[in-house]
Design a protein around this ligand. Structure first.
Ligand code: AAL
Length: 396
């Protein structure tokens, strides 16, 4: 009898500790005390209420460090030709602080007209807002007024990767050198290539420099290749976003789960590829895709894990998520007016700090379009938020 009781007690304890572990995986906080059954023990919950406690731990979504509002401010220092669609700046990189100033890299398009779609594009007319683009950079003392410094990565000569467009860069600082990872288009964006069975013919390229002011030296090899045709990321690799974790480079990227029918509808997901060196080889994590929603990749180290701003697109859009192990994300909060394609200022992006502070600001892009998408171009703007352990929310 004594033996049976001991076994039952052990089993009960094991069960409880399992539940605790599960709760701990979300945001490393103590369980929120409120449960509907504590208030009204006999209430039968509707499907929606059961779901909110079971899948989302709803009370936690309303009260935690990874909840914030976003406040937006127009930037000073950029000229957009009065918004006639011929100059565009979009997809800002993370922001880094070097030499007493902030640095950002972004897609810069300056073309004779606004984008005309894949059928209207030629050697000088862009198909999309990020076609025929270069990667430019700007610096700032305060994050509000920016001085455009000019081109960082030009389009190389045909047939080098990126001859058609280089876009959507992100920065890595690793062992005192700087690395820009970016999309290298070998055809107008949106063009389908039968031979390669891919859309943008746009794997990830990289250039490196000894200083954030360049000169940038092309690595001249694809660093993150497409998956095989039976893999989820066979079609495009977009939005490379490198961070440093455990001494390695953790690079998140966007690709799409394809429906593979004639409409080729796809569903944006994020993958993770890990390397010991900035040049690679990058090994794709076997659990990729690690995120089921979100258009552009927006991530930053938070405590010992990584937090993600999941903005537009997907079933879990407008959430902020957390992965203590950098792979398995859980929803931490649901919020609104999230930045688009943001580049964050994360002090700990490359420091491998086991208690990273988080972020309070960054840059977002805003897509401006006239009637019928005429004069389409994008602008950069600043956002402020409180996704940091150490500050108060400036937007409240
Ligand atoms: C962006 C990013 C990538 C896409 C396009 C330009 O916001 O997701 O960069 O290719 O849109």
């Amino acid at each position: 009898m004594k033996y049976i009781l001991t076994v039952i007690t052990a089993l009960l304890l094991f069960n409880c500790s399992k539940k605790e572990v599960k709760k701990e995986t979300i945001n490393n906080q103590k369980p929120f005390p409120l449960k509907i059954k504590d208030i009204e023990p006999n209430r039968v919950m509707s499907a929606a209420m059961q779901r909110s406690f079971k899948h989302y731990e709803a009370p936690r979504l309303l009260d935690n460090e990874l909840y914030t509002n976003f406040k937006y401010t127009e930037l000073k220092g950029f000229n957009y030709n009065n918004g006639n669609g011929t100059i565009s700046r979009r997809d800002p990189s993370k922001i880094i602080y070097e030499n007493g100033k902030y640095y950002v890299w972004y897609t810069h398009r300056e073309t004779p007209t606004e984008p005309k779609g894949k059928n209207g594009a030629n050697d000088t007319i862009p198909s999309t807002d990020w076609d025929l683009a270069e990667i430019w950079y700007a610096t700032s003392k305060d994050g509000f007024t920016w001085n455009e410094q000019g081109v960082a990565i030009k389009r190389p000569k045909k047939p080098q990767p990126g001859w058609r467009s280089v876009a959507t860069a992100d920065i890595l600082k690793f062992k005192d050198k700087y690395y820009l990872y970016y999309q290298a288009f070998n055809a107008p964006s949106g063009t389908y290539n039968e031979e390669k069975d891919a859309y943008d013919i746009c794997p990830v390229a990289m250039s490196w420099a000894d200083s954030p002011d360049g000169p940038w030296i092309p690595f001249n090899e694809v660093v993150i290749p497409f998956g095989k045709s039976n893999e989820w990321d066979w079609r495009v690799i977009h939005d490379p976003m490198p961070l440093v974790h455990n001494g390695k480079i953790y690079l998140y990227y966007k690709s799409g789960m394809d429906q593979r029918d004639k409409n080729r509808k796809h569903w944006d997901c994020w993958g993770l590829a890990i390397a010991d060196q900035p040049e690679g080889p990058f090994k794709k994590h076997p659990l990729s895709p690690v995120m089921n929603s979100g258009h552009e990749t927006i991530l930053f180290p938070f405590k010992e894990g990584v937090a993600a701003i999941v903005g537009t697109d997907g079933i879990e859009h407008y959430t902020i998520q957390y992965a203590k192990d950098w792979v398995n994300f859980e929803i931490a909060s649901v919020t609104q007016l999230l930045p688009t394609a943001a580049g964050v200022f994360s002090k700990d992006a490359f420091t491998d700090n086991p208690n990273a502070d988080g972020i309070t600001w960054g840059l977002s892009h805003f897509i401006n379009a006239g009637k019928n998408w005429k004069k389409l171009y994008s602008k950069l703007g600043r956002f402020d938020c409180d996704l940091s352990q150490s500050t108060d929310d400036p937007s409240m």
